[in-house]
Design a protein around this ligand. Sequence first.
Ligand SMILES: [Zn+2]
Length: 201
Amino acid sequence: MVWIVCFWSTLVNLSLAAGFRTVVIDAGHGGKDNGGSYGKVYEKHLALDTAMRVEYLLNQKGYRTRMTRKSDQYISLAKRSAIGNRYSNSIFVSIHYNHASRKGAKGIETFYYSSRAKTLASYVHSGMLAKVRVVNRGVKYGRFYVLRHTKNPSVLIECAFVSNHSDRSKSKKGWYRQALAEGIVNGIIRYQNGRERGVLR
Ligand SMILES: [Zn+2]
């Protein structure tokens, strides 16, 4: 009997070793840093709301999470990466809304920096596209600070343009942010499954 228990616990340990243990969720901006804005629509509020929905859904599925901020609070980029790096076996998901001087720019895009995070970025991105009808701006390489300074696989999501009329009206609606959160979580789960099956690292 003892050897069966040992064998089983070895299997469980192997699967834990392959998958990540914590999802660090980073709501962009906060406090004095509003991020992009249009009238009273601030990126920092949309990002935090979406991030909290992601956290809730992940916790429901039994995932461990760590938010870099849970309120309207200013946190430096260095601090955000440092929080991410505190969790050695984690992934880092930064949530933003976009802004452009060209009012016509719209849609969602997802960035990665390390090639290791490219699969996570594409899973999260296609997860969102499966949930909402928006312009697909694609999965892109980006040199954002938090992506360059976080050691674990990290992605940065731009959920919609607050500077665009139709994107902004959607972003203000709870169902849109909920649908995006569900898509992001589905992407994260798909990525974890790939890691646990050993087809991803
Ligand atoms: Zn931003």
